[in-house]
Structure formats: structure tokens, C-alpha cells
Design a protein around this ligand. Structure first.
Ligand code: HGA
Length: 611
């Protein structure tokens, strides 16, 4: 999604801003731009396409981009097409420049009001209303900070925004409501960004702004006004994030690197939390065991891949720990009236911890009377973690590929630990506990073994090169894995893929089966195997071509209608995690053949900070 970087310094900040944008590139965007103040003049450069196009354009300028105060942006369009005039920064009165992440929902009425006052709009974006509103209110306020404090009262929707004024290069003013912003503290210079990742080359000291905060940032000072209008001090956090966005570690794509990192990051996620003897105390945060003892129901809220992790967890929590659980898409939950069951725990899942819909759902859940909240997240210090009572870090490390891989498998490992932690409080049968402990102990090695299927899957992928549609089938806790497999294929190869619980085949999708519609089946050797085999026969009888990822003991044989890939045998509870790997590899190799942009697929963005 959109990225913001800003700086007030004594030195020229243009390269800092461009490097910041490069570090946010992985999130997906369509255009970018920079505004710099130099000698009381504002210079704006914007380009459609990659940041490289922007940096080339800046290099070609007479002064090659000069300014000690500046703001920069990568845009993922929500309002207005992908054009240079819609790219940020937007400017009012040749004086105020604005970058913005989010959506100003009342932009139409603001546009009408401002146009009536004589402001001329040069873009189709909602963002331009911020620039003109600030310009208008600056006329009647003593400082830019005051003008922004007045302006935000008029905005409805979500924003993280940064505003500079060419007549006062000493200051930038920022406002956060529903879209994250972090202040980076330097020595004699200060920065702003939508993600600390952008500022790691210049500082490791950060202030995370909270909802409703407006801040005035100069080279040597930071003033923060909270949503009640009080000046507040916020904690300075020393970042521990280690990340070099430029490092693919010898792999062709970040996605492939991240697929191969899974054994190691799953091992990290388990480290010190679970041993062959059992799960540690309060692994999900201080007081978590006491909360789990009282928990009678779990509500899981998430989006996209994280939602599939939640769906898998529902099968596990109910089957193994005997705790009732339901799972809901955040964007649905946040806009409907729902009933809170007694002693319910809300569990949110998000790789970035900044997913707008999930954050809004958490806010609603807290207001609706859930007993407590737990965030399963990959980014420490993120909004979701800060706003939840309990948290569990997945330790997947920075995930750069837009299509999530290692974040998903570490979320699943986290959920199996949650089963153990809750089960411990609920007298889960010893044999189930022992099974999960043994399964988690063997998990990293099983993932490593499964990755050796890469070459076989690479060959298989060739058969997908001319396909436009596909069907993924699974049963039980493999149904969400089939959904995740279909999502991966859609995301990066642009092949239409649907997933079905295979028992649903005859209720509709069977009508689609023919030789042009590959059917991908996940078939571990579990108690549903015979049922699944019947579904496979139904597909075969209708001339379908199948690709079956199966346990050797499931006894599937390759023939002219079926290609079988034998997945290493594993204990049942970890099978969903193990079977995720071949589906990730399949989508990756199909995307390679299709020649798509694997790490930044079209139209998609990482860290979905708009709803
Ligand atoms: N609404 C603005 C910004 C979009 C955004 O935040 N995307 O992540 C626009 O369309 O320019």
C-alpha cells in the first residue's frame, strides 16, 4: 500500500527520501513522488511506475533534487486513476504540499466547498482536499500545526498524512487517524514514515504515533497533540528490526527466499516457547494462561492469508482443545451487529499488524465486551500488538513478497501452540497434547524435507502455462490449505483459482470439470482420506485432470488423468503446515512460467492499510 517518508534536516534529504521509498516498494504501489523545499521554493517531481523512474527524473533535474525539508510517497490508487497528476504529493497555492495514506471519505463534499471558495483541483484524488483544506484554514490560524488541528476536524475516513509549507521549511506537521505513522528521531534532524523500515538507514529511535495524534516536527523538537487536544509525551522505542530490503540472499525472488526460510523461521517461532515436555507459561503474554482458563469461546478475525490460518485454527481448537471457535473476515465483522458469547476471547491475525480492517474489527470487539484480546502478528510494536491485551510474535522476520508465505506457516505454528496453551488450562487429553508436542518437534525438519519437492513441482508447473482456471480441493483442516493454495495461485500467476471443501463438489463445481480445468487435491493420510478418494473418482469420471499432493501411504498412483506428488509423511496435526509448502512452490513456478511480477503482483499491495 501507499508509503510515506518525510524529513526535516540541515543536509540534503533527497537520497534519504528515495531510499525510504525503495524500502517501502515491496508493499506494492503504482506511482511515486517527492516534494522538496529549497530557498523558499517548492519543487515537485512525480512519476507513474517504479521508484526508479522517479529517481531517474530527479537525477535529471538541474539541481538533481535539493532540499533539507521534504516529503515523499508511493501511491496505491484508491481514488482516481494511475496518472502523474494523481500521484502524491498534492499541492495547494504553490505553497502547501501533502502526502497521504488512506481515504478521505467526505472528499466529495469537501471538494464542492473548496471549489466554491475558488480552489482549483488538479487531480481526481481525495487527498487533494487535504492540501486545500489546510491552505484555507492556515489563513485564520497562527501556525501550520493549528491549521492541521482544525483541518482534521473536517476529515472523515482514514489518514496518515504529512504536510509541509514552503514558507516555513523548519517544520512538518503530521496527523494519524487509521493509518500508521512513526516518527524517527535523528541528531539535529527528524523523520516521519508510514513504516519504520523506511527509516532504518538513518535512525533506530522511533515514536509510534497513536490514533488521533497530530504532531509538529522540527529538526530538534517533536510536539504531539493527542485526540483530546492535550500535548502528550510518547515513549521512544529503540528498534530491534533487522532488515535489509535489498537482500534476496541469492534467490531470484523474495518469495522464493521466504518459502525456503520456513524451516528456520518456524524453528525460531517455537524456540523457547515449546519443548518436547510441554508449552511454557504465559507464552501468549503476561496473564495469558489465566485468561485461557476462563475462555469459553474464541472468535478469530483476519483478512486474506491470515484468515486461512484462522480457519485452520478453528478445526484444531475445536478438535484438540475442545474450545468452541468461529472465524470471520474482518471487513465483514466490522460492519455487522454480532452477538458476543460469554467469556469470549477475540484473536486477531495480521502479518503487518497494520491491516486497516482487522484494526477496526479489534476496536469494535473491544467496545462490544469481549473478555480479552490476543494479536498474532509478525511486527512487534505494530498497532495491532499495541492495541491488544495479549500478543504472540510469529518471528517470521521481514516478509517482502506481497504473497504471504512464511508469515502464514508461522501463524499456523503459533496456533498449534495456542491449542497447547489453552488445552493445558482445559485438561486436554494427554495423548493429544503429546501428539501435538511430537508434531511440533518434527515440524522444521518436515518442512525442510518437503522443500526437496521443488524440482518435481517445477516440472509439473509447465502443465499450467496455458490454463486459465483451476480448482483446489481439500477436506477438514486441509480445506483452508486448499483455499490458501488457490489464493497463492491467483495472486501471483493471475490464474483464476477456486477452492472447495471436496464434499461440496457435487453441489455445483462439478459442472466446471473438464480437461482444461486442472484440479489440485491435498490428500494427507488421515481419517477423511477415503471420503476424499471418492471425490477424486467423481472428478476422474468427468474427464478432469488432477494434481494430487498426497502421503505415500494414501496410495494414489500417477496415470494419464492424475499426477501424484508424494509429500513426506508427517503427524496429522502439522499436515496443514507441511502441505502448504508444495502449493506455495506450485504457484511460484507457475508464475515464473507466466512471467508475472512475482514479488509485486499487479494491483496488489502488502500491509493493507486502507479498508
Ligand atoms: N486515497 C489516496 C491514497 C491511497 C492509499 O492510501 N493507498 O494505500 C489516493 O488514492 O491517492
Amino acid at each position: 500500500m501507499c508509503g510515506i517518508v518525510g524529513a526535516v534536516a540541515e543536509r540534503n534529504v533527497v537520497q534519504i527520501l528515495l531510499e525510504g521509498l525503495r524500502r517501502l516498494e515491496y508493499r506494492g504501489y503504482d506511482s511515486s513522488g517527492v516534494a522538496l523545499i529549497h530557498d523558499n521554493a517548492l519543487s515537485i517531481t512525480r512519476r507513474v511506475g517504479k521508484v526508479k523512474a522517479l529517481s531517474d527524473a530527479i537525477e535529471a533535474l538541474d539541481d538533481q533534487g535539493t532540499g533539507a525539508t521534504g516529503i515523499a510517497h508511493t501511491r496505491w490508487a484508491t481514488h482516481g486513476g494511475v496518472t502523474e497528476s494523481n500521484a502524491h504529493p498534492h499541492v495547494s497555492q504553490s505553497r502547501f504540499a501533502v502526502v497521504h495514506n488512506g481515504i478521505i471519505e467526505n472528499h466529495k463534499s469537501l471538494r464542492d466547498e473548496l471549489s466554491a471558495l475558488g480552489y482549483r483541483f488538479t487531480s481526481d484524488t481525495d487527498t487533494e482536499t487535504i492540501a486545500h483544506t489546510v491552505a484555507e484554514l492556515r489563513k485564520s490560524t497562527p501556525t501550520l500545526l493549528d491549521a492541521v488541528l482544525e483541518s482534521v476536524k473536517r476529515f472523515e475516513g482514514a489518514y496518515g498524512t504529512v504536510i509541509i509549507d514552503k514558507d516555513d521549511a523548519s517544520t512538518m506537521v503530521v496527523a494519524r487517524s487509521g493509518s500508521p505513522l512513526v516518527i524517527g528521531l535523528g541528531i539535529g534532524e527528524n523523520f516521519i514514515a508510514s513504516d519504520q523500515m523506511a527509516l532504518l538507514p538513518v535512525t533506530r529511535r522511533f515514536i509510534f504515533l497513536e490514533e488521533g495524534d497530530v504532531a509538529e516536527i522540527t529538526r530538534t523538537s517533536v510536539r504531539i497533540i493527542d485526540e483530546s487536544g492535550n500535548e502528550v509525551e510518547r515513549e521512544i522505542v529503540e528498534s530491534t528490526v533487522e532488515h535489509d530490503a535489498g537482500d534476496k540472499g541469492g534467490y531470484r525472488h523474495y518469495m522464493l527466499k521466504e518459502i525456503y526460510e520456513q524451516p528456520a523461521v518456524v524453528r525460531n517461532t517455537l524456540q523457547g516457547r515449546v519443548s518436547p515436555d510441554g508449552i511454557g507459561n504465559d507464552v501468549f503474554g503476561e496473564g495469558s494462561d489465566a485468561i485461557f482458563a476462563k475462555t469459553e469461546h474464541i472468535k478469530i478475525i483476519a483478512c486474506g492469508t491470515s484468515y486461512h490460518a484462522g480457519m485452520t485454527a478453528k478445526y484444531w481448537l475445536e478438535a484438540y482443545a475442545g474450545v468452541s471457535c468461529d472465524v470471520e473476515i474482518a471487513s465483514e465483522f466490522r460492519y455487522r451487529k454480532s452477538v458476543v458469547k460469554p467469556n469470549s476471547l477475540i484473536v486477531t491475525i495480521s502479518q503487518s499488524g497494520e491491516t486497516a480492517d482487522t484494526l477496526a474489527a479489534l476496536k469494535l470487539a473491544k467496545e462490544s465486551g469481549y473478555m480479552s484480546s490476543l494479536a498474532i502478528c509478525n511486527v512487534d510494536g505494530s498497532s495491532l500488538v499495541r492495541e491488544s491485551s495479549l500478543s504472540f510474535m510469529t518471528r517470521a522476520g521481514a516478509e517482502i513478497g506481497v504473497a504471504s508465505t512464511k508469515a502464514f506457516t508461522t501463524q499456523l505454528a503459533g496456533f498449534l501452540m495456542l491449542v497447547l496453551a489453552i488445552g493445558k488450562q482445559k485438561n486436554m487429553p494427554k495423548d493429544i497434547q503429546q501428539h501435538i508436542l511430537s508434531a511440533l518437534t518434527e515440524l522444521p525438519a518436515k518442512l525442510e524435507e518437503t522443500l526437496t519437492l521443488a524440482d518435481e513441482i517445477d516440472h509439473l508447473a509447465e502443465e499450467f502455462s496455458d490454463k486459465h482456471h483451476s480448482l483446489f480441493l481439500g477436506r477438514g483442516d486441509q480445506y483452508p490449505i486448499a483455499m490458501e493454495g488457490a489464493l497463492k495461485l491467483k495472486e501471483i500467476s493471475y490464474i483464476h483459482a477456486e477452492a472447495y471443501a471436496s464434499g461440496e463438489l457435487k453441489h455445483g463445481p462439478l459442472a466446471l470439470i473438464d480437461a482444461e480445468m486442472p484440479v489440485i487435491v491435498v490428500a494427507p493420510n488421515n481419517e477423511l482420506l477415503e471420503k476424499l478418494k471418492s471425490n477424486v473418482e467423481e472428478v476422474r469420471a468427468r474427464g478432469g485432470i488432477m494434481y494430487v499432493f498426497a502421503d505415500k501411504d494414501a496410495h494414489f498412483e500417477s496415470d494419464e488423468t492424475m499426477r501424484v506428488v508424494n509429500v513426506p509423511h508427517c503427524l496429522e496435526s502439522i499436515a496443514p503446515i507441511v502441505y502448504t509448502i508444495p502449493l506455495q512452490l506450485l504457484s511460484y513456478y507457475v508464475a515464473l512460467i507466466k512471467g508475472t511480477d512475482v514479488d509485486q503482483p499487479r494491483n496488489l499491495a502488502k500491509s493493507v492499510t486502507v479498508e
